[in-house]
Design a protein around this ligand. Structure first.
Ligand code: MTE
Length: 325
């Protein structure tokens, strides 16, 4: 029987049963969770009982530098690199935040991106070729997870709008769908069949061509580490972090709103728009504040994650849509 379990990151740490206690419960009572029981337990911890954790030390990352674009000041201290690269969400590898070791199995070279759907010429672009056609820059963005934690990260990459331009979409395309790597040989999470793999995300064309939408290939002056979504990931800083798909292999242009990974699991809690708003709580926790990774300081959350002046106008004609969850 298929049992729909809630995933670990759907429960903020404040509501999570301490792991040791949960492990005891799991051993005493079995790990099957129902929707009703799920709010009490943390399936992530349960499944980590069975995850194998291959230990491979992280490879040293190559330096990567690009001029900083200061047009979007973060107004916050940059999160220490050691924190931003060791506290991650990447369900293909683990439901735990400490997945650095598992993620080292990600093979990032060669890497190509399929450009598909409503474009002038569908094709596959090698990442190296793509990088020759864009200009890298560094942007320090606030990064806000739906779980109510946040970081401030110096990403290196290029505007998603540049890729959209290279793709030459047809005028009739209204959405962009992102599909990320799904390799059962290196990604243990792919063997958890209750997830609707592969991880997919979507934006409207207007969002995808907003200057803030960014494709990152590095952070902190280095190439992107596997755990943060090597070799290329999205950053959509005015939306909750789950919109920022990691390890992208396909970009598809379409006139149908894509159904995203988390929508597929729990549409009532993770909608398509997922714009940050402190006044709209997640059904199971408040979004009014966020915990800064690195210092654990609690700070008020800002609407649109503080990027309203650049993005709010895109939503003025969308009354009646569930824009914030
Ligand atoms: N992309 C893939 N492919 N798989 C994932 O599990 N998790 C998302 C997003 N992108 C995820 C993903 C979530 S929930 C968040 S908050 C961010 O990645 C986390 O990015 P970070 O680990 O670099 O902070």
């Amino acid at each position: 029987m298929f049992i729909h379990r809630r995933r670990g990151w759907e429960i903020p740490e404040s509501q999570v049963t301490p792991e040791a206690l949960f492990h005891r419960r799991a051993l005493l009572g079995g790990v099957a969770g129902t929707l009703g029981a799920a709010a009490m337990v943390r399936p992530a911890a349960a499944w980590s009982l069975f995850d194998s954790k291959p230990k491979a030390p992280p490879a040293p990352l190559k330096p990567l530098s690009a001029p900083r674009n200061d047009r979007y000041p973060a107004g916050r201290a940059i999160t220490p690199e050691s924190a931003a690269t060791t506290y991650n969400n990447f369900y293909e590898f683990s439901e735990d935040k400490s997945l650095v070791d598992e993620a080292q199995a990600l093979k990032t070279s060669p890497w190509s991106i399929e450009i598909a759907g409503m474009v002038k010429t569908p094709r596959t672009l090698g990442l190296e070729d793509l990088l020759k056609q864009v200009k890298l820059e560094e942007r320090v963005y606030r990064h806000r997870c739906v779980e109510a934690w946040a970081m401030t990260v110096p990403w290196i990459g290029f505007p998603l709008a540049d890729l959209v331009k290279l793709a030459e979409p047809l005028g009739s395309a209204t959405y962009v769908k992102f599909t990320t790597l799904a390799d059962p040989k290196t990604m243990p999470g792919l063997h958890k069949p209750w997830y609707p793999w592969p991880y997919t995300e979507g934006l409207t064309m207007q969002e995808a061509t907003n200057d803030l939408a960014f494709l990152s290939v590095g952070l902190y002056g280095k190439v992107m580490p596997p755990q943060n979504g090597a070799p290329i990931r999205l950053n959509v800083p005015w939306k909750y972090g789950f919109k920022s798909a990691k390890s992208i292999v396909k970009v598809e242009f379409t006139d149908q709103r894509p159904k995203t990974f988390w929508e597929g699991l729990q549409a009532s809690e993770y909608g398509f728009w997922a714009n940050v708003n402190p006044a709209v709580p997640h059904p199971r926790w408040s979004q009014a504040e966020e915990r800064l990774i690195g210092t654990d300081e609690m700070v008020p959350t800002k609407i649109w994650n503080g990027y309203g002046e650049f993005v709010a106008a895109m939503y003025t004609d969308k009354t009646g849509e569930r824009l914030f969850a």
